[in-house]
Design a protein around this ligand. Structure first.
Ligand code: GSH
Length: 227
């Protein structure tokens, strides 16, 4: 039986762009677990009310309901240990990557794509998205995204730790991809899906690594819809 994943979608139901849902997609693919995704929009609170909260990803695995990408990763690892998405000791180390991606990376990327995002989400989500995000940033979506070309060099500098790791190893998991790769790549699937703005310098080793991730799991990332 397939695992059901409630997955954030745009106006085009094929457009899936949540940095957190993508982490779960990669983790499920890594484990070779069949998944059925259900497109979900920001304002469809009632559709995931059974999970007791209002964010995606949410998975339903038979009788079990699990939400929050990190909790889902732990659940999948415990329930379906092989192949591991963490490797020995990897879960503890990936916790830092998860925290860094959720705080530093997600917030930094938002400033480059937040207005583009408004154009691809479902019409019924637009008022909610604009008001909730403008409250969060304390500025209009237009003002948050403004001047991005002039800020991109500073953004690319914060990726330096990733670059340093990739000088020594092909994957954040070491010799093979692990959930650390899924966290970072899932986060980068978000701008890739919703915006044409070139966030990564194509000559950056981070861009080459991301390109390799796109080909994993039968090209799951590469074949994903983009705006
Ligand atoms: N810590 C959560 C974050 C999940 C999250 O923020 N999901 C966003 C979609 S990318 C969401 O559902 N937002 C609903 C809203 O903003 O109302 C995780 O890792 O799964």
């Amino acid at each position: 039986m397939s695992i059901i994943l409630y997955d954030l979608a745009g106006a085009d139901p094929a457009l899936r762009f949540s940095p957190y849902c993508w982490r779960t997609r990669f983790a499920l693919a890594h484990k070779g677990l069949p998944v059925e995704t259900v497109p979900w929009r920001f304002t469809e609170r009632e559709a995931i009310a059974f999970s007791g909260q209002n964010r995606v990803p949410v998975i339903r695995d038979g009788e079990r309901v699990v939400f929050d990408s990190w909790t889902i990763a732990g659940y999948l690892e415990e329930t379906y240990p092989a192949p591991s998405i963490f490797g020995t000791g990897g879960q503890a180390h990936a916790q830092f990557i998860n925290a860094w991606a959720d705080s530093v990376l997600v917030n930094a990327i938002a400033r480059f794509i937040i207005r583009d995002l408004l154009d691809v989400i479902h019409e019924k989500d637009r008022d909610y998205f604009r008001s909730s995000r403008e409250q969060r940033f304390g500025a209009t979506l237009e003002a948050v995204q403004e001047g991005r070309a002039g800020r991109i060099a500073a953004f690319r500098e914060i990726l330096l730790p990733l670059r340093l790791v990739l000088r020594r190893q092909a994957w954040f998991g070491g010799d093979a991809p692990s959930y650390a790769d899924h966290i970072l790549a899932g986060t980068l699937m978000w701008p890739r899906s919703v915006s044409r703005f070139e966030l990564l310098d194509p000559s950056d080793p981070v861009a080459s690594w991301f390109d390799r991730v796109l080909d994993l799991y039968g090209g799951l990332g590469r074949s994903a819809a983009c705006a």
